[in-house]
Design a protein around this ligand. Structure first.
Ligand code: 9MR
Length: 414
């Protein structure tokens, strides 16, 4: 015992030294970060976005770029992305955005250029956990901010999303707290949380969807991601409160409620890892076939497109055509193509090719109606916060400078 405490005591300075410095690729700052802000020797802390700074090997301390010391290659094209997309017969080229970054005026200025972006998707602020933060209380402020921005800019708006396992986990937790605090958990027989949510869903869908559809009667809105990510990668149904309670039939409930809220908007099911053929694409094809056969309203399949540089699935065009052959449209809804940092010229060149490949596939399929990137700049990308050591996934770098990927997009539409 004595020996243990002695050895712990002797280790303490070492442990403190270690924890005072983040490892290479480790987090070293960002809103809410309470850990080490210094990096181990050989790496430096770089701001990736307001929520995440990371120790980048070989980077200069205090700099804002994750690229190596030689100047990074940039885009040379002067074409505008929405202009080229429309010239190719598409409805739009668009970007996701989120409320916190709307205070960045340089960022908003590029986002608001409708020759570059003809469409906007709110990355978070129309989700269930954002619109109904407590039970029965709906909050549309943040979603309205983005809807109004799109309207002011003359951009289409994609509603995202009505039903998603990830948001329902957040809601379940809140519901649990509220049930306990209100002391009514025993008043609901059977499965109180599930029952409550199932009872509530149509009201949510009608209220939320109607809010933005009602503000968009002049037709700049086109689509809603009604159901998000219903499948696991092996094609089995994702298990969460809705699928566990009523099975895959929750998709019917959601689509019918959405159609009742507005008969005009295009209703989509949206998922990732369905860019190429495979078990998950097959499951989605089967679901859409079944929905169409039973007359359940479904207009489109959203192919998210969270991809990896140099590792694109084969036959993207063929896969898009398999969906459109069922009588639905498709859209690339959340495109980003990430790499392991740092972003070398070779990786940026490969990324340019990969963007061109995806855009060309959509371009070749008439019923692929448009492409949305999941925000346009690395400054606000979700990637580094989720995939450690990866990033640089978008066509603008974190200084809002256009990368070679931009030229890949332009070439893909030509
Ligand atoms: O980019 C979004 C991130 O800011 C949120 O924390 C996260 C959870 O709501 O959702 C991210 O967006 C996801 C999208 O809604 C659905 N497809 C995957 C996207 C990236 O995770």
């Amino acid at each position: 015992m004595l020996r243990l405490s002695v050895s712990l005591a002797s280790l303490l300075p070492f442990i403190l030294t270690v924890t005072a410095q983040s490892p290479t690729w480790g987090q070293c700052g960002g809103i809410g970060w309470t850990g080490a802000t210094a990096c181990v020797s050989g790496s430096a802390c770089q701001v990736v976005n307001p929520y995440y700074s990371q120790c980048i090997p070989g980077a200069a301390t205090g700099g804002a770029s994750t690229t190596p010391s030689s100047p990074a290659p940039t885009s040379t094209s002067t074409a505008k992305l929405n202009t080229v997309a429309k010239a190719a017969g598409k409805l739009y080229f668009g970007s996701a955005t989120d409320n916190p970054e709307l205070s960045d005026t340089a960022y908003v200025s590029i986002l608001s250029d409708s020759t570059t972006f003809g469409q906007i998707t709110p990355g978070n602020s129309m989700k269930w956990d954002a619109t109904e933060p407590s039970r029965g209380t709906f909050t549309f402020t943040n979603g309205d901010t983005i809807a109004n921005l799109a309207k002011q800019n003359g951009q289409l708006l994609r509603g995202h999303n009505c039903v998603w396992k990830v948001d329902l986990f957040v809601k379940l937790w809140r519901y649990l707290i509220s049930f306990f605090s209100l002391g009514i958990i025993n008043s609901q027989a059977g499965f109180p949380l599930e029952t409550s949510i199932m009872r509530h869903f149509p009201a949510f869908s009608r209220t939320t969807a109607a809010q933005w559809w009602a503000t968009t009667k002049d037709k700049f809105v086109d689509s809603w991601d009604v159901v998000n990510e219903p499948f696991n990668d092996d094609g089995t149904v994702r298990q969460f409160v809705m699928s566990q309670t009523i099975g895959i039939g929750y998709v019917d409930v959601a689509l019918k409620a959405a159609r009742a809220a507005d008969p005009n908007a295009k209703l989509y099911i949206n998922d990732y890892n369905i860019e190429g053929p495979g078990a998950k694409s097959t499951a989605m094809l089967n679901l859409v076939t079944d929905l169409k056969a039973r007359g359940i309203p479904i207009d489109g399949v959203g192919i998210q497109g969270h991809l990896i540089v140099g590792a694109l699935p084969g036959d993207i065009q063929q896969n898009l055509e398999a969906f459109t052959a069922l009588g639905v449209e498709v859209a690339i809804t959340e495109l980003d193509i990430r790499m392991t940092l740092p972003a070398t010229p070779a990786l940026l060149a490969q990324q340019q090719k990969d963007y061109q490949t995806v855009i060309s596939a959509c371009n070749a399929v008439p019923k692929c109606v448009g492409v949305t990137i999941w925000d346009y700049t690395d400054k606000y990308s979700w990637i580094p916060g989720v995939f450690s050591g990866q990033g640089a996934a978008l066509p603008w770098d974190q200084n809002l400078v256009k990368k070679p990927a931009y030229d890949g997009i332009v070439a893909g539409f030509q």
